[in-house]
Design a protein around this ligand. Structure first.
Ligand code: PLP
Length: 387
């Protein structure tokens, strides 16, 4: 059976060229980048090349990129690093109520350690209002962290405007850009950010490799202590194959980002139009236009998202109920709740995130199967019948 993967926000397959670039750095060119002999220095060279590619993509300086183990570590590094470095100045952090758990849970931890966190509400499209950010700031605020684009509903936040607010008030500003880097243009100066998280496996690179952009002069302490790697900002022997893969993946993303963006947006529009017109009692979640080119998130009334996932899986279709991290729990997504969806509607939600392997024919196939499955479940639902 053909397999149709439409869950690219959860992870992407490693591009074969990325894998090819990584392979020599396991068993053949295995030198420790801190070693002075030639195979060590060879590893050092490729790390610095990769750093240059990442820096170029986001418009940063070479030394402002610190490699990490992925999006989660970059987010923890940003939050803990700024919190511990600025404790004397204040203990207040501003974030949003729709962040990834890799932001929400470190914030919860910091709250237990004496920090105060404001979780800003969002509008029905999932947008954070820069004015709300401004109003939330107190003389104790040390950090603002708002995601660039939401992983569940695809909404792109007004980061440049929020950054302006942060600049005016001289508060450190972090953005979780894990869903945007490698997909849409991201420039740290245009966005007015001081810290930015990215992760390779979300754009056809390997899992376990990411980076934190740290603007020069930002007051932050390390999250991992040990050796002198990454100019003492992140200890541990560098993940050389992972870093090489990250560099290659970002380089490949840059080559055709504009075309791929357009192609995905048109596929996504096709998926949205077909589902909204061919299935009844369905809503599109997220912003109509300010959204990631590859994201479509729907709520199907009177149905459980989990049952849809399992039935679609049997037809060879992979999609998700929201974030991969919450789909094993029974609580509906905090993001869907924050945009105001009632419990029962949030439970009937499905996220499709498109990528390089998807085409028009697959969209037709998915809509056809989904229609059948939705009708089957509804025909069994007493709630639907009562209408
Ligand atoms: C996937 C994701 C993360 C976590 O990244 P990992 O590299 O898997 O740790 C963080 N934030 C967002 C928005 C994500 O989509």
């Amino acid at each position: 059976m053909k397999y149709i993967y439409m869950d690219h926000a959860a992870t992407t397959p490693t591009n074969p060229d990325v894998l090819k670039a990584m392979l020599p750095f396991f068993s053949e060119k295995y030198g420790n980048p801190s070693s002075l002999y030639s195979i060590g220095q060879e590893s050092r060279t490729v790390i610095e090349e990769a750093r240059g590619k990442v820096a170029k993509f986001i418009g940063a300086k070479h030394d402002e990129i610190v490699f990490t183990s992925g999006g989660t570590e970059s987010n923890n590094f940003a939050l803990m690093g700024v919190a511990w470095a600025n404790q004397k100045k204040g203990n207040h952090i501003v974030t949003s109520s729709i962040e990834h758990h890799a932001i929400i849970n470190p914030c919860k931890f910091l709250e237990k350690r004496g920090f105060k966190v404001t979780y800003l509400p969002v509008d029905k499209y999932g947008i954070v209002d820069p004015d709300d950010v401004k109003k939330a700031i107190t003389d104790k605020t040390i950090l603002i962290s708002i995601m660039h684009a939401n992983n569940e509903i695809g909404t792109i936040e007004p980061i440049a405007e929020i950054g302006k607010v942060a600049r005016e008030k001289e508060i450190i500003f972090h953005t979780d850009a894990v869903q945007t880097v490698g997909h849409i243009p991201v420039n740290v100066d245009e966005l007015n950010v001081d810290l930015l998280s990215l992760s390779a496996h979300k754009f056809y690179g390997p899992k376990g490799a990411g980076a934190l952009y740290i603007r020069k002069g930002t007051k932050i302490v390390p999250y991992l202590y040990g050796g002198d790697q990454e100019k003492r900002r992140r200890a541990s022997t560098e993940n050389v194959p992972g870093i090489v893969g990250l560099g290659k993946a970002i380089e490949l993303a840059m080559q055709d980002m504009e075309e791929e963006c357009k192609r995905l947006a048109s596929l996504r529009n096709m998926l949205i139009e077909k589902i909204l017109s061919e299935v009844d009692e369905v809503i599109l979640n997220g912003h109509p236009t300010q959204r990631l080119p590859n994201n479509a998130n729907f709520s199907f009334k009177y149905i459980e998202g989990e049952s849809l996932i399992l039935s679609l899986d049997m037809e060879g279709i992979a999609c998700s109920t929201g974030s991969a991290c919450t789909s094993s729990s029974l609580e509906p997504s905090h993001v869907l709740r924050a945009i105001g969806l009632p419990h029962e509607i949030a439970h009937g939600s499905l996220r499709f995130t498109l990528g390089r392997s998807n085409n028009e024919e697959q969209i037709d196939y998915v809509v056809e199967k989904l229609k059948k499955i939705v009708n089957k479940f509804r025909s069994m639902s007493p709630l639907y019948e009562k209408k």
